[in-house]
Design a binder for this molecule. Structure first.
Ligand code: XUL
Length: 540
């Protein structure tokens, strides 16, 4: 991603403004809004190109075992200074920011040495964050959501807590490799001395919030649910889940705070160095998916979002969740303290579509769309599974590509058939697994980079049999964080919880991008049974 200028910057009003930060896998974005929810500016940086010294690819380091994926936490520290310096240079009126909230890629964990809290609270605004914080980490590599290296720890958790369904019932998800509790268990087993030296464990979201408030920030229930450690109903740490992970964990994790809470005021480092106002409120940071749910204002069951990004996710709000060991996750809902959200996550999202495009469509999205247009819906009965990465849904640890002909036997595909097969396979999988956890859409809101691809959205509309809407606002996680900053600030001002929709009225507007075709929808419904059978074969 080339360095982006401050995009869509409008005339900034004299009144208070709100900022959302999104520490995604690939970069750091910010969204500024006014009190009416209007987007004012969206500056962004990319880790690979703006901080090349960290030598990441797509914001991560993939290790030689093919399973371990980490990112350097110091890169997130450096990114914050870099983006804020650019904002200052672009004359964004940082002094008018009344509140900040944020978003982080989910599940990633940061291990801070004893004494790091004092360092956070005594930062010198004449020096960079990076220079002052480079030695606060007990590990200079943070495991991230793409990591699949904790299968053994997942088995141990399941055994300790009474099986996969019991873990799902307690924490909202069965034990997943990328979930933070399993990553902590692995670190404790493999590096007991470094674990002993760790005074605090944060998620990407709570770590980056800690930088802003100059002390350890609490974890929030939307993101905290992605750890296999939190009781999904009480939104407190589940003692049995902590016990089977590592000793002394509760004190290293600290408290869980509601999503709308003011967790602190911006530390002097930022007010002195960048000119923010001294009492700027910081609202609890959450994960990228819960923040996207906030951006889309998803309140009713039946409104489902599909985010097509580095990870593809399918999610929606739910009032009565049924956590399942088979698939999917239940998280806390960041805009409704009593509510829940359900989510299905795929590791093979944009990068896999891109790999298929590069191999079979001359590295061009135009050629990819043309190939889709030239092939019939249903691909003449051909079905393909493209796991360029180990997959989360369904669990596949070894990458591989599987192609089946109409007779369900392994087959060769033409380049065009490969293009159609990757798109149809991904949409069928989303319908199959989403339905299994109660995500049955009446309407789909598509977001993320690939939601500009009209032919892909048409396949989605036909597979699900529902209209697909898109927003003109692509940065849903940072927008959701900005909305939550406004919401949390308002709740603090009136000293009570106010429903999100009463505060944030200007949720992004959507237009219909694809309408379903009934006959084609029937064809895909028939195909779904075969897809489910073939999926069982490739997972085994
Ligand atoms: C969700 C997940 C991914 C990351 C991507 O469970 O693992 O969507 O949040 O940043």
């Amino acid at each position: 991603m080339p360095q982006r200028p401050l995009t869509r910057q409008r005339v900034i009003p004299a009144a208070q403004i709100f900022m959302g930060l999104d520490f995604s896998t690939q970069g750091l974005k910010a969204t500024f809004i006014d009190a009416a929810g209007q987007v004012l500016a969206e500056p962004a940086i990319s880790f690979d190109t703006d901080l090349p010294e960290f030598k990441t690819q797509g914001g991560v380091h993939r290790h030689a075992d093919g399973l371990t994926v980490t990112a350097p936490p110091l890169m997130w520290v450096a990114a914050l200074d870099l983006l804020l310096a650019r904002m200052q240079k672009a004359n964004l009126p940082l002094a008018r920011v009344a509140a900040i909230s944020g978003s982080g890629q989910q599940h990633g964990s940061v291990y801070l040495r004893r004494g790091a809290r004092a360092r956070l609270g005594a930062l010198d605004s004449r020096l960079t964050l990076r220079d002052q914080l480079q030695d606060v980490f007990a590990f200079d590599a943070a495991p991230v959501w793409m990591d699949s290296s904790t299968r053994a720890q997942c088995r141990e958790r399941d055994a300790a807590l009474g099986g996969a369904q019991a873990v799902a019932k307690l924490t909202g998800s069965r034990s997943y490799e990328r979930f933070t509790g399993n990553q902590i268990a692995k670190i404790y087993r493999q590096h007991p001395e470094a674990y002993a030296a760790t005074g605090h464990i944060a998620l990407v979201s709570s770590f980056t919030a800690s930088l802003l408030i100059g002390t350890y920030a609490p974890i929030e229930p939307g993101d905290g649910a992605g750890m296999n450690l939190m009781n999904i109903r009480t939104r407190r740490w589940a003692p049995a889940a902590l016990r089977c992970t590592a000793p002394g964990l509760a004190k290293r994790l600290g408290p869980i705070a509601p999503s709308h809470k003011v967790i602190g005021r911006l530390s002097r480092y930022f007010t002195d160095r960048y000119g923010f106002a001294p009492r700027t409120a910081v609202i609890a940071f959450s994960g990228d998916n819960p923040n996207s749910l906030a951006a889309l204002g998803l309140a009713r069951s039946g409104d489902i979002a599909i985010s097509l990004g580095t990870s593809d996710t399918v999610f929606g709000a739910l009032s009565a969740p049924k956590p399942s060991a088979a698939e999917g996750h239940i998280f806390g809902n960041p805009i409704n303290p009593q509510g829940y959200m359900a989510l299905i996550c795929y590791k093979n999202g944009s990068l896999t579509r891109e790999a298929v495009r590069n191999e079979f469509a001359q590295c061009s999205w135009k050629a990819f769309e043309a190939a889709l247009a030239r092939t019939p819906e249903g691909n003449g009965g051909r079905i393909g599974f493209y796991f360029k990465e180990p997959e989360i849904t369904p669990t596949v640890l070894k990458p591989g590509i599987y192609r089946f002909g109409p007779d369900a036997r392994p087959a060769r595909f033409t380049p065009e058939q490969n293009v159609r097969a990757v798109v149809e396979g991904q949409c069928l999988s989303m319908r199959l697994h989403g339905n299994n956890i109660g995500l049955v859409p009446q309407k789909i809101l598509a977001t993320g980079g690939a939601s500009v691809n009209k032919s892909l959205l048409q396949v989605m509309a036909n597979v699900f049999g529902t209209p697909v809407h898109v927003s003109s606002q692509p940065n849903s996680a940072s927008l959701g964080a900005a909305y939550r900053a406004l919401h949390g600030w308002h709740c603090a001002r009136v000293r009570r919880f106010v429903p999100f929709a009463k505060v944030v009225r200007a949720v992004a507007s959507f237009t219909v991008a694809a309408e379903p075709n009934r006959a084609k929808h029937c064809l895909y419904t028939a195909m779904l049974t075969r897809y489910a059978q073939l999926e069982k074969q490739v997972v085994l």
